[in-house]
Design a protein around this ligand. Structure first.
Ligand SMILES: *Cc1c(COP(=O)(O)O)cnc(C)c1O
Length: 233
């Protein structure tokens, strides 16, 4: 099946459930992104800043770019002019920097807090207690150029579907608690970004509102990293 065929199938499937499809185009050439674009896709996810900046400059302006990978504070400035949603916010320091760079462009940048749910060692993501701590940070209310619109999580890379379901379920329960405690009157706080090619069906059953699907749409990722024209770092 072609990229266009895959795209249409996944888009149709998840949108029927009211879920937003983020086509994860990391390492894929602009031609492949254009094929998905021409098949109707407007939301793309990238995990490297330089790669996203390069592609954004070459592709249609009405694409919504989501940064789904880990973001270093010193790279926020490169994406601040255009990024639509940053999925992996995992510190108050990063949030402060996004706020600062967004202000320079007179923008409010939407962010998701990445919550650690997997049974794996990873440096990234906040524990449940750390999410609460961040939201109680005295500087958080002063950040007028960011908006936290939900939570993001990555389940354990396992074939055990029950375990994946439990992890997504725990995130949903936590989301509901945070919503009541911190965002009761905030309609924008409504997103749960969970689910990739292997587990998006489970994610949707467990309350996901946006799934991040890459290889099932574009095929296996090319090993060679996308070559950047700029030396942004
Ligand atoms: C690569 C990536 C995806 C997409 O993974 P696939 O298995 O190719 O669908 C989703 N989320 C994040 C954070 C990723 O880095």
């Amino acid at each position: 099946m072609s990229i266009a065929d895959n795209l249409k199938q996944y888009k149709n499937e998840v949108e029927t459930d009211g879920v937003k499809l983020i086509a994860v185009s990391k390492t894929q050439p602009v031609e492949s992104i254009l094929e998905a674009y021409n098949a109707g896709q407007r939301v793309f996810g990238e995990n490297h800043v330089q790669e996203m900046v390069d592609k954004q400059a070459q592709l249609p302006a009405d694409i919504e770019w989501h940064l789904i990978g880990h973001l270093q504070t010193n790279k926020v400035k490169y994406i601040a002019p255009f990024v639509q949603l940053i999925h992996g916010v995992d510190s108050i320091k990063l949030l402060q920097e996004i706020n600062k760079q967004a202000a320079k462009h007179n923008r409010v940048i939407d962010c998701l807090l990445q919550v650690y749910i997997a049974d794996e060692d990873t440096k990234f993501g906040l524990g449940f207690d750390e999410v609460v701590e961040l939201l109680r940070d005295e500087t958080y209310p002063e950040l007028k150029n960011i908006r936290i619109v939900g939570l993001m999580g990555i389940a354990t890379n396992t074939k055990n579907e029950k375990q994946i379901a439990i992890e997504f379920h725990e995130l949903k329960v936590f989301f509901d608690g945070i919503k009541v405690s911190f965002f009761r009157k905030d309609e924008a706080f409504k997103e749960i970004s969970t689910g990739m090619s292997a587990d998006y069906k489970i994610a949707i059953e467990e309350g996901s509102t946006m799934v991040r699907i890459g290889s099932s749409i574009f095929g296996k990722r090319v090993i060679k990293h996308f070559k950047s024209n700029i030396s942004a770092n």
